[in-house]
Design a protein around this ligand. Structure first.
Ligand SMILES: Cc1ncc(COP(=O)(O)O)c(C=O)c1O
Length: 417
C-alpha cells in the first residue's frame, strides 16, 4: 500500500514532466520555494498577527510572516498586506465578511462571462446570502460594458463592486467605474487570482492606481507561489481586513505556505518584470500562431489577449472533446464556457471553448518559438486529424528541453519538474 502511494506520486510527476501544461490557473514553484513546504512550519499554529500571537513558539514564524508582508507591500506598492488567507476562495470569504452582511447586493462578473464561482449565486457569494447582480458584459469587446454597468450600479446600489475573474483577457474598466461605485457608497474590490503575477511584474493593470481599494487573490496562477491566498489594501482598511481574516475565517493559516509565498515574493521582486513581459509576449505569440494554423481565436480584433490567457472557439469539435483529445496528445487545457454558448444551446459540461494559459510554460523557459510549436501540435490533433498518441510522443520529446524553473534563484535542473 505505502509503495503504491509513493509510486502513484512518482507516476504523476513523470506524467507532468512529459506534457505541455497550459491550464491557466496553475504554475510551478521553484525548488527554493518548495523547500519551505517541507519545513517544520507545516506542523505549527500561529493564530493572530505577527508579534501578537495567541500561540507560543512563534519567534521565527513571526520573522518570516513579517518579511512576507513587507515584500508584498513593496512588490504591489500597497500600504497593507495580509498573507493569512489559505486560498483565493478564503480571501474572497474574508472580503465578504469584512464588507457585507447577508442580503446585501454585490456586483460581479457572471460565470458565463468568466467570473469565479466564489463571486456568484451558485457558489460562495450566494451560499452566504449575498444578492449577486452581474456586470453587463460586451461579448464583442470581451469586457464589462461600462455604460450599462454605470446605470446598473446606480439602480441596484451594491455594497461591493468586485472586479476580476477566471477568464480574463483584458484589463477591467476600474478607472471608468470607480466614481459611480464611490457615489453609491460601494467598496471597490478586485480579484487578482489569475493576473497577480502580471500585476507584480507591472503588466496588465495597476488596480490600486486605478481606484481599487481591496485586492483579493490566490497566489498560484500567474503568481508562481504556493497554493495560498493574500489580501492587499489601503491602510484605512487594514484593521477590518485583518479581523475578517482572523478570527473571522481562518484559524491555522498554513505557515509552510506562508514561507513559500515569502520566497516567491522575493523571486517576483527580482525577476517579476522580465517574467510578466515574457508571459504576455508568449500569450500573443500563441494566439497568433493558432490563428495562422486556422483556429478561431477569440478577440482577434483586439489583438487576442493582454494577459496570460488565450481563448479558442471550437463550435464544431466542442470544448469537452477538444480537452480530451489534447490530453491524449499530452497537452493539458481546460474546456471553457464562452459568453455566446447559451445561444448555441451549450453549457459548462460541453462548452464551445478551450482556455489556454502560458504562465507555466513561460516559467519553464519557453519563448515565442516554442509557442509556434505548441500551436502546430494542437492543429495536428484538432484540425489535421493526426493520431493524438503519436503527437504525445513528439510532445514528450519537445518537453525534455524544459526542466528548469526560470525567473527563480534555483540553480540547475529541478528533478520533479
Ligand atoms: C478569479 C478567481 N478567484 C478565486 C479563485 C479561487 O482560488 P482558490 O482555488 O485558491 O480557492 C479562483 C480559482 O480558480 C479564481 O480564478
Amino acid at each position: 500500500m505505502l509503495q503504491d502511494i509513493l509510486e502513484t506520486l512518482e507516476r504523476h510527476e513523470e506524467f507532468i514532466r512529459s506534457v505541455i501544461p497550459l491550464i491557466a490557473s496553475e504554475n510551478v514553484m521553484s525548488l527554493t520555494a518548495r523547500r519551505a513546504l517541507v519545513s517544520d512550519f507545516g506542523h505549527r499554529y500561529a493564530e493572530g498577527l505577527p508579534r501578537k500571537r495567541v500561540y507560543a513558539g512563534c519567534r521565527f514564524i513571526d520573522e518570516i510572516e513579517l518579511k512576507a508582508i513587507e515584500l508584498a507591500k513593496e512588490v504591489f506598492k500597497v500600504e497593507h498586506a495580509n498573507v493569512q488567507p489559505t486560498s483565493g476562495s478564503v480571501a474572497n470569504l474574508a472580503l465578504y465578511v469584512a464588507f457585507t452582511k447577508p442580503g446585501d447586493t454585490i456586483m460581479t462578473l457572471s460565470v458565463k462571462d468568466g467570473g469565479h464561482i466564489t463571486m456568484n449565486r451558485v457558489g460562495l457569494a450566494g451560499r452566504i446570502g449575498l444578492n449577486v447582480v452581474n456586470f453587463p458584459f460586451d461579448a464583442e469587446e470581451f469586457n464589462i460594458d461600462v455604460d450599462k454597468a454605470e446605470k446598473l450600479i446606480r439602480e441596484v446600489n451594491p455594497k461591493l463592486v468586485f472586479f476580476g475573474g477566471s477568464v480574463f483577457l483584458f484589463p477591467h474598466p476600474v478607472r471608468e467605474l470607480r466614481d459611480v461605485a464611490k457615489e453609491v457608497g460601494a467598496v471597490t474590490a478586485y480579484d487578482a487570482s489569475h493576473v497577480l503575477g502580471l500585476i507584480a511584474g507591472k503588466e496588465f493593470q495597476r488596480p490600486f492606481e486605478e481606484g481599487v481599494e481591496i485586492v483579493t487573490s490566490s497566489t498560484h496562477k500567474t503568481f508562481p507561489g504556493p497554493q495560498h491566498g493574500i489580501i492587499l489594501c489601503r491602510s484605512e482598511f487594514a484593521e477590518i481586513v485583518d479581523r475578517a481574516v482572523f478570527p473571522g475565517v481562518v484559524s491555522n493559516h498554513h505557515l509552510h505556505h506562508v514561507a513559500a509565498l515569502t520566497i516567491a515574493l522575493l523571486e517576483m521582486k527580482e525577476f517579476g518584470r522580465e517574467y510578466a513581459k515574457q508571459i504576455i509576449r508568449n500569450a500573443k505569440a500563441l494566439a497568433n500562431a493558432l490563428a495562422e494554423e486556422g483556429f478561431k481565436v477569440v478577440a482577434e480584433h483586439k489583438g487576442f489577449t493582454e494577459s496570460h490567457q488565450v481563448l479558442v472557439d471550437l463550435p464544431e469539435i466542442g470544448g469537452l472533446k477538444a480537452e480530451k483529445m489534447l490530453e491524449e496528445a499530452g497537452i493539458l487545457v481546460n474546456r471553457n464556457l464562452l459568453p455566446w454558448d447559451k445561444e448555441r444551446g451549450r453549457d459548462f459540461r460541453d462548452p464551445s471553448g478551450i482556455r489556454l494559459g502560458v504562465q507555466e510554460v513561460t516559467r519553464l523557459g519557453m519563448k515565442e518559438d516554442e509557442m509556434k510549436e505548441i500551436a502546430k501540435f494542437m492543429a495536428d490533433v484538432l484540425l489535421r486529424g493526426k493520431d493524438p498518441k503519436s503527437i504525445a510522443k513528439k510532445v514528450a520529446e519537445f518537453r525534455r528541453d524544459f526542466t528548469k524553473v526560470h525567473y527563480s534563484f534555483d540553480s540547475g535542473e529541478a528533478p520533479f519538474i
